[in-house]
Structures are given as structure tokens and as C-alpha cells.
Design a binder for this molecule. Structure first.
Ligand code: GLC
Length: 440
């Protein structure tokens, strides 16, 4: 075997999670959930949402604000009951301008800059003479004492805007709406995007009890049968992206060190779209030492810098099924100024991309197993897991890899567990949340 292929073999070993590893991760995850719920030290925050599952009969027209970290989206959604809804209007803007004109998520921006920008996006959809109750999806760890307040605990997903952590994000939004002269839009609920995804799935599926995002970030929420704050059913935001008790490769450790916040969000940095391209880049950079890209100096220099490779590039590498892998060849030419790649170079890059994506799907599935064991130890009931996010929706083979990983250990009980795309879950879920709290 040549040097490059044996180096690739080593990468494969580091990234492979065998069936026994899946079971161990599931077990550890379940224990961390219990520890988090009972106030013991745990990498899982287990945050209360003060929301429970909808009946499916909720109706009404609501504004939904979805602030996830890459874009701010505003929806005008109408719930029609019987699990049906219509989106009447939709508006989306990136939080960081691709042309570099503005960036509301860097450490140079303030809470006022960010929330004023968000309020202006709301004004794009809200007519000035109609009253709108608004559901605010704030997709970061936050501490709630009811469904309408949320103190931001910390940023994740490389966001660093000043003055938000420690503040109530609905207060920040309300103040920004006032500054912008918008008095007819009133935030009534604040929720995590995973909670919204679960609410969306549950709006038309009574079996839904887990909601997950695999997009820029990764996290899961579930319906806890007896939450410690109320001793009743409540959706809990696990903040599973921070799960830390799992084996990591040297590449994960290198990546962690160059992130905004090392030693946090370890699972998210192995699974989510913000980081998958970075992992492939770091592995490719390492493989150059073993002969990838014939140690071409420009390619090496470019690959040494963060963010040259995105999750969309990883998806393209995997999807390239042309005999000559021309998509990958073009990418190498356009991004690394490397016009003379060999077939082996391209195959190695495609293999690394597939390994990183497969590991992500398997790790996410392992956490689902942990949650299922917690809520239904003998697996007696049906469970629908609603998943939203660009990676789950668009990464070739991702959804299949996830379902298959789940099926192996569940065996004949696998028929009780469904994993479904809950498209726009984080947005629609905000509308469902407002409807639930209004009908109380
Ligand atoms: C990050 C956030 C979490 C969110 C997830 C998906 O992990 O901390 O709150 O749910 O991204 O957007």
C-alpha cells in the first residue's frame, strides 16, 4: 500500500465508530442526561422550556422569528388545526453579509446592533396596522423560568456578539422593536430551535417526542415525562452539542483548539455543519504530508487557513459520482489553485468527506438511542424523531446513515421509531408555541 493510502487507513480507524462504540456512547449519554436533570456535574445542561406537546388542534396566525446563527428568518405562519399550517410570508437575511458590508455575529458587534437588525427584518413582514403575537426561536443555550423569558447563558457556533450573554433575549428584542418604532409586534414565547422542531413534528404526529437540529449547530430536545421543576411533562433542551464524554480523534482536538471556545460543544464540533468542512480541511492538510496533492505548496498554504472548506463542499465531494470526479477536480482548481490533481487525490478527499459525514450521523444516532432508553427503557411505545437542519436535509446519504445506525441495535423494535424531516421546524414551532401558551 502506498504511503497516502496507509495514512488514509489510519484516518479511517480514528473516525470509525463501531457498533459497540455506539452502545457505549448511548449509555454514557443517558447517564449524563440523568446527572444533568438531578443537578450533578454533567456536560448536558438539560434546560427547561416550560412548554409541552401540542394537541394538533391549535389555530391562529403568528409571527415566528428564527435566530439560529447563520440567518435571521421571519415567517408569518397560520396554524389551521388538524396538524395543518400555511406560511403566508417568509423573509430571510444572513447575519454576516457575504460581501462583507456588515457582520452582526462578530465580537465587534453589540446586542443593540444585532437586535436592531433583527427588528428591521421583522418590519419587512409585519404590516404596521395589525397586532402580531410573536414566537422567538433563540437557538443558543438559555436559562428559562417561564416560556416567555430566556437568559442567554453563552454563545455557541462561533458567535461572539457583545452584550447578549447574561441578558434576557426577549427583553433585548422588545427594546429593539421599540427603538425601531414597531409597537404592534409582541414577543410572547421564546424557545430553542430543537424545541420548535419537536413542536412542529408533534403538531401532526402524536408519537413525536424528540426534536433535533443537525445544521450549522447540533442539538436535541425531548419530552421528559416528569421534569424536576414541575413534576410534570415538559420539553427539555438537552444542549446535546456540549456532550463531552466520547472518544475524539487528533483532528477533533486540533479543531477544538482553534475554535472561539475550546473545550465546549465537543459533540457539536464532531457533527454539525459549522465544523464538518473544517474537519475535512484539517485531515486533508495532514495528508499532504503523506503525499496528497503531491505536497503542492499553494494548496498547502491555502489549506492551512480556517474555513476554506464548507459543509456544502463536503456534500459536493460526496455527491460527485462522475467517473473522473470532475466536481472535486474543479473545486481543487478553483479553491486551492491546484489544477493537476490525480485520481487518487480526488478519491482520498471523497473518502475523507464520507467518513466525516458518516461519523456525524452515527454519533447523532447514538445520542437518540440514549434518549430513547431514558424515556422508554423497554421500548414499548412509538417514537417519532423530527429532525431539521441543512446537514440532515442536504448531505447525501446522511439521513439513511442515521436511520441505519439506529436500526442495528433496536432490531425488531426499530419499527416503533421513525425519524422524519421536520422542514422549517424551528420557525413553525415558534408559532405552535405561541398557540399553546395562548390556549392555556
Ligand atoms: C447550538 C446551540 C443550540 C442549538 C443548536 C442548533 O448547539 O447551542 O442551542 O439548538 O446549535 O441550532
Amino acid at each position: 500500500m502506498n504511503k497516502l493510502l496507509s495514512a488514509l487507513e489510519n484516518v479511517k480507524q480514528q473516525l470509525t465508530v463501531p457498533p459497540s462504540g455506539i452502545l457505549t456512547i448511548a449509555q454514557t449519554f443517558q447517564q449524563e442526561m440523568i446527572d444533568g436533570l438531578t443537578g450533578k456535574p454533567s456536560s448536558l445542561k438539560m434546560l427547561p422550556s416550560y412548554l409541552t406537546i401540542p394537541s394538533g388542534k391549535e389555530t391562529g396566525k403568528f409571527l415566528a422569528l428564527d435566530f439560529g446563527g447563520t440567518n435571521v428568518r421571519v415567517l408569518l405562519a397560520e396554524l389551521q388545526g388538524d396538524g395543518h399550517f400555511t406560511i403566508h410570508a417568509h423573509h430571510s437575511r444572513p447575519l454576516k453579509d457575504p460581501q462583507g458590508k456588515y457582520n452582526y455575529i462578530s465580537g465587534k458587534s453589540t446586542a443593540t446592533d444585532l437586535f436592531d437588525f433583527i427588528a428591521r427584518q421583522i418590519a419587512e413582514i409585519a404590516s404596521p396596522d395589525i397586532f402580531y403575537p410573536l414566537g422567538h426561536t433563540f437557538s443558543f443555550p438559555s436559562r428559562q423560568t417561564n416560556a416567555n423569558n430566556a437568559i442567554a447563558l453563552e454563545w455557541s457556533k462561533e458567535i461572539a456578539t457583545q452584550g447578549v450573554v447574561g441578558q434576557d433575549v426577549n427583553d433585548l428584542l422588545t427594546a429593539a422593536l421599540k427603538r425601531q418604532g414597531i409597537f404592534n409586534v409582541v414577543p410572547q414565547v421564546v424557545l430553542n430551535d430543537t424545541v420548535g422542531t419537536l413542536l412542529t413534528a408533534a403538531y401532526n404526529d402524536p408519537c413525536a417526542d424528540i426534536g433535533c437540529i443537525v445544521g450549522t449547530g447540533h442539538n436535541t430536545a425531548y419530552l421528559e415525562p416528569s421534569a424536576p421543576w414541575t413534576n410534570a411533562q415538559m420539553i427539555i433542551n438537552i444542549e446535546s452539542g456540549n456532550f463531552a464524554k466520547l472518544p475524539s480523534s487528533v483532528y477533533d482536538n486540533t479543531l477544538d483548539k482553534i475554535t472561539e471556545k475550546p473545550n465546549t460543544q465537543r459533540l457539536e464540533k464532531m457533527c454539525s455543519g459549522r465544523y464538518l468542512g473544517e474537519l475535512v480541511r484539517l485531515i486533508a492538510y495532514d495528508l499532504i504530508g503523506s503525499g496528497l496533492l503531491a505536497q503542492q505548496a499553494d494548496a498547502r498554504r491555502i489549506l492551512s487557513k480556517p474555513d476554506v472548506l464548507s459543509a456544502a463542499d463536503v456534500a459536493m465531494f460526496i455527491a460527485d459520482n462522475t467517473p473522473e470526479l470532475t466536481g472535486i477536480a474543479d473545486w481543487l482548481k478553483d479553491h486551492l489553485q491546484f489544477g493537476s490533481s490525480t485520481h487518487q487525490d480526488k478519491v482520498v478527499l471523497q473518502t475523507v468527506a464520507s467518513l466525516v459525514s458518516l461519523r456525524s450521523a452515527r454519533l447523532v444516532a447514538a445520542t437518540f438511542l440514549g434518549i430513547l432508553r431514558h424515556i422508554d427503557p423497554n421500548l414499548e411505545c412509538c417514537h417519532t424523531i423530527g429532525v431539521d437542519g441543512s446537514l440532515y436535509e442536504k448531505m447525501p446519504g446522511y439521513a439513511e446513515n442515521l436511520s441505519q445506525t439506529l436500526q442495528e441495535p433496536l432490531q425488531d423494535k426499530a419499527r416503533l421509531v421513525k425519524v422524519l424531516l421536520a422542514k422549517d421546524g424551528s420557525g413553525i414551532g415558534a408559532a405552535v408555541a405561541v398557540a399553546i401558551t395562548q390556549n392555556k
